[in-house]
Write a protein that binds this ligand. Structure first.
Ligand SMILES: NC(=O)c1ccc[n+]([C@@H]2O[C@H](COP(=O)([O-])OP(=O)(O)OC[C@H]3O[C@@H](n4cnc5c(N)ncnc54)[C@H](OP(=O)(O)O)[C@@H]3O)[C@@H](O)[C@H]2O)c1
Length: 333
């Protein structure tokens, strides 16, 4: 047993975090949540990952978002998180809202991917073991599976809650019609969908244009936006080239060809607008999403404590003027 060495800040709930009701549920989530997709894997420096988790929790970020395959290698972000639970967070478990997901490729063979009951149930059991948890607060179907009957995936979610392995369930990246079906199916079985997770940023507004945001809102389901900084594009990271330690240079999830001349011009214009507001581009990008009242929370990623510190400043951003909103829209055209 590793002795606890971490004591959370006594002022963690006075650090400026806002807690927003998630749809029509009893849960309030921090307006800014922390995702462990990158920078918490087995390839990453554990001390840096731990420092980010401590900083987040010390500033009221009580929601940590994981998935079975976050790493690399797959599963290792959950292992890192499990170690952090042991080392630091076990005394605070009831203050934390921890999510995981299954839906993408995780292990070999026919049962390690997509949306079958077999996969979801086995994957969650593995996730719990890796994270040293008895239950997750929230378990997601990570993506829509066009081949598995929706009822099978959804009933597995219902049964996972009945088994006590998750307190709530959600869906991520499901198309509108399937999401509508899921919301109804789950509600009829008294396991209402807590939240929909979708990509949302100044640069990617598909969840708004497709009707997902309105649908979730109308159904009393919360919405949490992922990649709100467009994986770093909506920060100062790429204004003057591609830093060698950046996600674009290192990983394979943010391709270099995204940084076209047009994209760079857009980012530079957005950066100027943010400067006129007296804030960092990352803060304006986060504040822009949080200004959408249909949004419960945004899940940010970070590779360092200073990035996290900058991003949390978005909570005190000034409201947008109509002129600023129009300038932001114009920059994205
Ligand atoms: N449901 C899904 O399918 C799905 C898909 C993707 C993500 N997610 C969730 O959403 C979370 C967030 O996704 P994301 O990591 O793409 O979010 P993001 O916030 O859009 O991007 C995070 C990256 O932006 C850079 N960054 C952040 N703050 C910065 C700052 N202040 N200054 C400069 N650069 C900064 C860092 O990149 P560098 O590494 O270059 O420093 C950081 O790793 C994930 O961890 C995961 O939990 C879910």
């Amino acid at each position: 047993m590793i002795p606890p060495i971490y004591k959370a800040s006594d002022s963690r709930y006075e650090a400026g975090m806002q807690y927003v009701r998630c749809g029509k549920s009893g849960v309030r989530l921090p307006a800014i949540s922390l995702g462990l997709w990158h920078n918490f894997g087995g390839v990453n420096n554990f001390e840096n990952s731990l420092a980010m988790a401590h900083y987040a929790f010390d500033h009221g970020v009580v929601h940590f978002d994981l998935a079975n395959n976050y790493g690399p290698p797959y599963g290792s972000a959950e292992e890192t998180f499990g170690l952090m639970m042991k080392k630091s967070f076990l005394p605070y478990r009831d203050e934390m809202f921890i999510s995981s997901k299954a839906g993408y490729d995780m292990w070999e063979g026919p049962y390690g991917n997509w949306g079958s009951r077999k996969y979801l149930m086995a994957s969650l059991d593995q996730s719990l073991r890796r994270m040293n948890l008895d239950y997750v607060d929230l378990f997601y179907s990570h993506r829509y599976d066009p081949e598995t009957p929706l009822d099978e995936t959804l009933q597995a979610l219902v049964d996972i809650v009945r088994q006590g392995k998750a307190l709530y369930v959600g869906i991520s990246r499901w198309p509108l019609e399937a999401a509508d079906y899921a919301f109804k199916y789950l509600k009829e079985r008294d396991v209402p969908c807590l939240i929909y997770q979708g990509r949302y940023s100044i640069l990617d507004r598909e969840v708004a244009t497709s009707g997902i945001l309105d649908k979730a809102c109308d159904a009393g389901v919360g919405f949490i936006g992922f990649s709100p900084l467009a994986q770093g594009l909506l920060t100062d990271r790429y204004l003057n080239g591609i830093p060698s330690d950046s996600r674009m240079a290192v990983g394979n999830h943010l391709k270099q060809d995204v940084l076209s001349e047009k994209m760079l011009a857009t980012i530079k214009t957005l950066n100027t607008i943010a400067g006129q507001r007296g804030e960092a581009l990352s803060d304006m990008a986060l504040a822009w999403i949080l200004a959408d009242k249909r949004v419960t929370s945004v899940i940010i990623g970070a590779s360092s404590v200073p990035q996290l510190a900058t991003n949390l400043k978005a909570l005190s951003s000034a409201p947008f003027t109509q002129e600023e909103l129009e300038m932001i829209d114009a920059a994205c055209r």
